[in-house]
Design a protein around this ligand. Structure first.
Ligand code: AMP
Ligand code: ZN
Length: 116
């Protein structure tokens, strides 16, 4: 999609701090990190949100998840990390190109899910 920020990053039209790339997946550091390690795993295919994923994307999604621990460890997450996929308005998704946030560092992350 020509107007999509992340499609432009994949094409190199907007600079990014790239961590990994293969035929189907692009990975780069978040420009406004929430923790010492904060990178984004995105499909090269423009899929707007998790809601738009279809059966045909099964391998792509599986490969994105399989990459996650390998890249997280390589970025210094030796004792765990958090994976977030914000979806749509309620999820607070700001960039409408599917992305997985991987967040971590040395410190335990703040509790995100409050019960009751
Ligand atoms: P979300 O709120 O889940 O849509 O997250 C979008 C993320 O994209 C935010 O964490 C932003 O900091 C990040 N972001 C926005 N523009 C860029 C950019 N040019 N390069 C890297 N990350 C970006
Ligand atoms: Zn896109």
């Amino acid at each position: 999609m020509s107007t999509c920020l992340f499609c432009k990053i994949i094409k190199g039209e907007i600079p990014s701090s790239k961590i990994y790339e293969d035929d189907d997946i692009f990975v780069f550091n978040d420009i406004n990190p929430a923790a010492p390690v904060h990178f984004l795993i995105i499909p090269k295919l423009h899929i707007a949100t998790l809601t738009d994923v279809e059966d045909v994307n099964r391998d792509l999604l599986g490969n994105m998840l399989l990459l996650t621990p390998r890249l997280a460890e390589a970025q210094g997450c030796t004792n765990g990390f958090r994976t977030i996929v914000n979806t749509g308005h309620v999820g607070g998704q700001e960039v409408l190109h599917l992305h997985m946030h991987i967040i971590g560092g040395d410190e335990r992350l703040p509790v995100m899910i409050h019960h009751g």
